[in-house]
Design a protein. Structure first.
Length: 329
């Protein structure tokens, strides 16, 4: 069975401090690319395959765009999202389904409560329960369905690995990463996800994050449109006071977290980070990515410090701050 990199191939990326005591350590691997795509820094094993989880969504969204899906603005942002299930998010998902001539029953992602506390409380008060449209990947799934209808592809089987949609996504993934897909797993939402090295993931995200809408190549024009859609609508990809939305809004980065501690981030100058926490924890991922880009000279220290102050990195005891979760490399 394929495995991710071993503990002895990882490095310390973050620590949890409580009352001056290092209580926990997060180890993992990370790679930093320069604006021109050259490797600037390697931390740990960046060549063994990992599962990128939702950090693959920008590639999936770009593949749908390349297949002719009518995605732009908020819809394109939602196609890339791991959203928190607010009413605003759900409205865009329903718009995409309506354009496809489908209803919520067509979604094959599992039912879930919204990640947003206010939205969840409102559903409880209304006597409602979990639903697929509130699941954090419903934007991607609605975009997948819209892509299928646009191309006349079967709808019911859109998550099958050999469905034309998934073949299209796999081909675009291989084009952007420069690696053949050797292993296909099933993501938490039920869609195929492709194993790849952190270096390959960084290469793909760098290509997307540095593309121009004025490029002579259609795929690059689509990537430029994708980045602009997310930066103009940062609420789509995550949610109020959540990490990806905050980082995009505060640092003007193109960023996408994934389950099990995966994170990708592209600075305005094109410098790119991809990282994976070996223990699967995402609580320090955004901070570590931002600090690596700061160390590379791509982000300002004051801007990064301001972002970290907004992230949930405080350690409390008895209702007061007694420590912090911080990058350590």
């Amino acid at each position: 069975m394929p495995e991710t990199f071993a503990a002895n191939s990882a490095v310390q990326l973050a620590v949890v401090e409580r009352s001056g005591f290092v209580e926990s350590r997060h180890v993992g691997s990370a790679i930093v690319l320069s604006p021109d795509g050259e490797i600037r820094e390697r931390l740990g094993d960046v060549d063994t395959a990992i599962l990128p989880r939702s950090s693959l969504k920008p590639v999936q969204a770009l593949a749908m765009l390349a297949a002719g899906a009518p995605l732009a603005g908020e819809r394109l942002g939602m196609a890339t999202a791991s959203h928190s299930g607010t009413d605003r998010h759900v409205a865009v998902v329903r718009e995409m389904l309506q354009e496809a001539g489908l209803d919520e029953s067509a979604l094959r992602c599992p039912p879930a409560w919204p990640g947003d506390t206010g939205a969840r409380d409102a559903l409880v008060r209304a006597g409602s329960g979990p639903s697929p449209v509130r699941m954090n990947c419903s934007g991607k799934h609605a975009a997948m369905l819209l892509t299928c209808v646009t191309n006349g592809w079967p709808v019911d089987s859109y998550l099958d690995a050999e469905h034309p949609l998934q073949v299209q996504i796999r081909e675009v993934t291989e084009r952007l990463t420069g690696q053949r897909v050797a292993t296909i797993a099933i993501d938490g939402c039920g869609a195929p996800v492709f194993a790849m090295s952190l270096s390959a993931l960084a290469k793909a995200i760098h290509r997307i994050g540095t593309s121009s809408e004025r490029s002579p190549f259609a795929l690059h024009r689509g990537a430029g449109a994708l980045v602009r859609a997310v930066k103009e609508n940062p609420w789509t990809i995550d949610g109020p006071a959540r990490a990806d939305t905050l980082a995009t809004s505060r640092l003007d980065v193109f960023t996408k977290g994934g389950a099990e501690g995966v994170m990708v981030m592209v600075a305005p100058d094109g410098s790119t980070v991809a990282l994976k926490m070996l223990d699967g924890s995402a609580r320090a991922s955004t901070a570590v990515a931002a600090m690596l880009l700061e160390r590379a000279g791509a982000l300002g220290s004051e801007d990064v410090a301001a972002l970290l102050a907004e992230l949930p990195l405080r350690v409390t005891g008895g209702g007061v701050d007694v420590g912090v979760i911080r990058p350590a490399f």
